[in-house]
Design a protein around this ligand. Structure first.
Ligand SMILES: O=C(O)[C@H]1O[C@H](OP(=O)(O)OP(=O)(O)OC[C@H]2O[C@@H](n3ccc(=O)[nH]c3=O)[C@H](O)[C@@H]2O)[C@H](O)[C@@H](O)[C@H]1O
Length: 431
């Protein structure tokens, strides 16, 4: 009967038994030999995997280099020339989301007053990219170069900082839209959180560090019931993932301010509208549908209460952005290390006079000279809040922010632009 030991380490079949200690020795050697063979095999496999991976990354970076829409002497020349400052005491600003609604307006305003501007935009298809391309042409005609790329591309962002010592970053690139977050939640994480961190990493190591002004949102107030919304109110009850990512941005920027001495200003925009606006927003899509004779859906709150927004005209927002850049104060760090405390600020940029959605529609009807086909439905649980209303005393005091355009006037300007851009006349193309 073989012992348990012999069962576990059986001698070679057909050979007679040897002394136990000898057998144990032999087994030990055999076992050791097979362990070292396994070890060698493992080493071989690890080496094979490592060389495969480095070959892959070589191929990847090679093809990225070949297909990249950025880089090269000519490209660097364009970036440098676009960043050139043409006034004394001016700034050179990297504007992310430059082909977006707010980004294009801010870029033009900066350029007009003599600041250097380099744009960065991904040109994704969240809404019609041809509108973004048209904004890019407008910027290009005004001497602003817009780089096509993702803020998440650390190599690209690093390269931009290598080429230009930006004094300021105006970070407006984002996944916008409150309700779209139900459809594509990951895009909010990618654009509003991951990209923000990539950008802040580049800013923290840049020498000199730039001051950063970035777009937060009125949506961070979420279920807050204090009216008008003050910067001191609660912002820990977001009603949408969009709002949650913007709130996360406020916390993330605070961390970078605290650890690395970056000067940070977060701007809570309140439903911005105007010429060259975003087609996904209500005032824009309502205009299109009214002109085309299609019905529009108007959401209503609990007990059929009308929803209201503190609609804010783009020119007022631009003034708030420039005021923020002008008063930002310097970042204090260098070489990725904080040298002293730097400003951390958050401001509401609203109009301070909320208007209900049905009133917005009536104003559009008047300017378009056409009745809307209104379809009222209960507000779906998709992240909307019933109303927004900004308290702007802080921005007024610190930035000299003073909105001057009411919704009537602003929508008139929007409709004029819309008709000239799309060439619609009562829903029919004029040309
Ligand atoms: O301030 C912000 O931080 C946000 O402002 C904007 O969000 P909102 O205030 O939700 O604007 P917007 O979609 O124009 O809806 C306006 C009103 O029309 C209602 N609405 C909307 C669509 C529709 O079909 N029907 C309708 O009644 C709707 O219920 C709402 O009451 C930006 O999009 C967002 O990116 C962010 O910047």
């Amino acid at each position: 009967m073989p012992s348990l030991q012999e069962e576990l380490f059986p001698s070679t079949p057909g050979k007679f038994k040897i002394e136990r200690s000898n057998a144990m020795n032999r087994q030990f050697h055999r076992c050791f030999a097979s362990t070292s063979t396994m070890f060698l095999w493992a080493l071989f496999l690890i080496a094979l995997t490592a060389s495969y991976l480095s070959f892959q990354s070589f191929v990847d970076s090679g093809s990225r280099y070949l297909s990249a829409s950025w880089g090269g002497i000519q490209w660097e020349k364009q970036v440098r020339s676009s960043a050139q400052i043409h006034r004394s005491g001016g700034m050179s600003v990297l504007v992310t989301g430059a082909a977006g609604f707010v980004g294009s307006h801010v870029s033009l305003a900066l350029k007009k007053r003599g600041d250097g501007v380099v744009g960065l935009d991904i040109f994704n298809n969240y809404y019609d990219p041809s509108l973004k391309k048209a904004r890019k042409s407008l910027l290009s005609n005004n001497g602003i170069f817009v780089v096509e790329g993702d803020v998440n591309d650390a190599r690209l962002v690093g390269k931009l900082f290598d080429v230009v010592a930006f004094t300021h970053v105006m970070h407006l690139a984002a996944q916008a839209g409150v309700r779209y977050a139900m459809e594509n939640p990951q895009s909010y994480v990618h654009s509003n959180i991951a990209a923000l961190v990539t950008l802040l990493e580049a800013c923290k190591t840049a020498n000199p560090q730039p001051a950063i002004v970035w777009a937060s949102s009125s949506s961070v107030y979420g279920l807050n019931e204090n009216v008008p919304f003050s910067e001191l109110d609660r912002t820990d009850q977001p009603a949408s993932l969009y709002a949650a990512t913007k709130k996360a941005g406020e916390e993330i920027t605070h961390t970078y301010n605290h650890i690395y001495g970056l000067s940070i200003t977060g701007l809570r925009f309140f439903t911005v509208y105007g010429p060259w606006g975003r087609p996904d927003m209500a005032y824009f899509s309502f205009t299109r549908n009214i002109l085309q004779g299609k019905p529009i859906t108007i959401y209503r709150g609990k007990n059929r209460v009308d929803l209201a927004r503190d609609f804010t005209f783009i020119d007022d927002i631009v003034k708030g952005c420039l005021g923020s850049l002008d008063t930002a104060g310097k970042s204090t760090g260098s070489g990725g290390r904080k040298r002293g405390p730097a400003p951390y600020r958050i401001f509401n940029l609203g109009n301070t006079s909320p208007v209900t959605v049905p009133t917005l529609v009536s104003i559009l009807e008047k300017h378009l000279k056409k009745k809307a086909k209104r379809n009222y439905v209960d507000m779906p649980g998709n992240g909307d809040v019933p109303y927004t209303h900004a308290n702007i005393s802080l921005a007024r005091r610190e930035l000299g922010y003073k909105p001057t355009t009411d919704l009537q006037t602003g929508l008139k300007k929007f409709v004029r632009w819309y008709l000239s851009y799309y060439g619609y006349n009562n829903g029919k193309p004029v040309n």
